[in-house]
Design a protein around this ligand. Structure first.
Ligand code: NDP
Length: 514
């Protein structure tokens, strides 16, 4: 039975609503809800309400805000079945993918930011180095930026939309979420959860709609946290430049996996399959291409193929029912199919899969390809599907060169039993993150910054910088013990000029070797 039995209507606080968006379960092809397609007027009104609500929310302080986050965590655990069903239905992913990639991460994140925000944002006392500032007190304060707009994609609807609001809220901001039009329901349900947890009205609102709704948010918000495609990220950055609105962009990836000749091939092959195909391969940090050193290539391919052949794909149901669910977004299925076709036309061999799965839902078979190279889209453009192209390489240098031959630079991995060597190779990869003998799980280290290079993004999430981006730094200088006149005050005189000049010459005039 569907969790969502009647069309959901988002609260618009009285704004007239004429258009609606039908939300589909991609695994069954049925419509599960209708949500309002909000226009820019409604977004502007939401931002105005958020701006008013933000002041009292900020005044509540870290402790008061943390109480709401812990209550929200409790609510999310208590209501997990509802939330998991909602995510599974609107994305077509398995319950396991919803647990690992969305629900458990957000549950963890609520407590993480509740606890860390006061530490990451506490006032910093600075000891100034300049001789002009002797005896003065300097404090840097991180204050909320105001109204944060969070625009999210469809692959992890809860994690990559509401998940990014948690740090923003803990910093004292109000938030307007704009989930993907394909998957708005998890965020709407979470808004209900936040209300139940005691979040004051209008501190977090959900603007359902399409790209134009997101564009209105970019115009009105004080900061934009965006996760999505590189193409949309570029548009948002250009639009935000008009109002000098800061942006943090988490964009696409084409993550390489390098398997060295001394790797534990069994673990590497198992990981390659899981990390390329979990969530149906619809993860920005999925393994999207593999480079394997000659001596272990055949064994690696054999193990991968055996493993992929055993995967079960279908409509997600009870726990453990299937391994791989649906392709969430229609046009993505065409991209995945196009990449496989393009590779085959250029000489690649499909060892498993390679076709769309059977309907009525939207599926693409788990696919393994070999004899691939960098003339093929499957090796250079983001596929975002359950495909694994594997390329044989001569040595580690060739592997690193090919790994770096990409417009993207999000995540990456190196596999070897020699972990020191692995770390050295990882340091040569042009990516925001690298793992040795692992993949994906680095995302769970919320203490460490996570972001992309090149076309994979600007800024990042997690760690100290992952919350300070939602703040403006205000530096306050306090002069406590002050003479009537400082040396640099008017009027200038020959005597004070000489004192200043000589003083600096004495301080900085000595020769240093380093
Ligand atoms: P899109 O870029 O198509 O959309 C992302 C969000 O932006 C959606 O909510 C979309 O609304 C909205 N949007 C579209 N146009 C505009 C606009 N002009 N102004 C403001 N907002 C707009 O990405 P997808 O949803 O297709 O997500 C998949 C992509 O996300 C992949 O490329 C993937 O790599 C990337 N991604 C990156 C991650 C990272 O952390 N680096 C993590 C996960 C995914 P609507 O859907 O209604 O059109």
């Amino acid at each position: 039975m569907s969790t969502i039995e009647k069309p959901i209507q988002a609260e618009t606080n009285g704004a007239a609503e004429t258009r609606a968006i039908a939300v589909e379960n991609p695994a069954t092809g049925t419509t599960i809800a209708n949500v309002p397609d909000m226009g820019s007027g409604e977004v502007v009104a939401m931002i105005a309400r958020a701006r008013r609500a933000q002041l009292a929310w900020d005044a509540l302080g870290f402790e008061g805000r943390a109480r709401v986050m812990y209550a929200a965590r409790h609510w999310l655990v208590e209501n997990r079945d509802r939330m998991l069903r909602t995510i599974v239905e609107e994305t077509g992913k398995t319950r396991e993918d919803a647990i690992v990639g969305d629900w458990s991460f957000v549950v963890d994140s609520l407590g993480f930011w509740a606890k860390r925000a006061p530490k990451y944002l506490r006032d910093e006392h600075i000891r100034p180095h300049s001789p002009f500032l002797l005896g003065k007190r300097i404090v840097v304060r991180h204050r909320p930026i105001g109204v944060v707009g969070v625009i999210g994609p469809w692959n992890f609807p809860l994690n990559l939309c509401f998940g990014d609001a948690i740090a923003a809220l803990m910093a004292g901001n109000a938030v307007v979420l704009k989930p993907s039009e394909i998957t708005p329901l998890a965020n709407m349900l979470m808004a209900e959860g936040m209300k139940a947890a005691g979040l004051p009205e209008d501190v977090m609102q959900v603007a359902t709609g399409r790209g134009e709704t997101g564009a209105a948010l970019v115009d009105g918000a004080d900061m934009i946290m965006f996760t999505g495609s590189t193409a949309t990220g570029k548009k948002i950055m250009a639009q935000a430049a008009e109002t000098l609105t800061p942006v943090s962009l988490e964009l696409g990836g084409k993550d390489p996996m390098i398997v060295l000749r001394d790797a534990d091939v069994e673990r590497a092959a198992n990981a390659a399959v899981s990390y390329s195909m979990s969530n149906g391969g619809q993860i920005c940090t999925s393994v999207e291409r593999v480079y394997v050193e000659e001596p272990v290539y055949d064994e690696f391919v054999r193990r991968v193929v055996d493993n992929v052949r055993s995967l079960r794909q279908g409509v997600p149901g009870e726990p453990g029912a299937v391994d791989i669910g649906a392709v969430t977004f229609g046009p993505q299925a065409e991209i995945v199919e196009g990449h496989v076709k393009d590779a085959v036309e250029k000489g690649a061999k499909v060892l498993v899969g390679g076709e769309r799965g059977e309907g009525p839902g939207r599926f693409f078979q788990p696919t393994v390809m070999v004899d691939v190279d960098h003339t093929m889209k499957a090796m250079t453009e983001e596929t975002f599907g359950p495909t694994l192209p594997i390329m044989r390489v001569r040595d580690v240098d060739e592997a690193v060169k090919l790994a770096n031959d990409s417009n993207f630079g999000l995540n990456s991995s190196v596999w070897t039993k020699d972990v020191d060597k692995g770390e050295q190779v990882a340091r040569r990869i042009e990516a925001g993150s690298s793992c040795v003998n692992d993949g994906l799980v680095n995302y769970l280290a919320q203490e460490a910054p996570f972001g992309g290079l090149k076309d994979s993004g600007v800024g990042g999430r997690h760690g100290v910088s992952g919350i300070r981006k939602y703040c403006t730094a205000q530096t306050i200088l306090v002069t406590r013990f002050a003479p009537k006149r400082e040396l640099h005050f008017f009027p200038y005189s020959a005597r004070t000029t000489k004192v200043l000049e000589r003083g600096f010459a004495l301080l900085y005039g000595r020769k240093r070797s380093n």
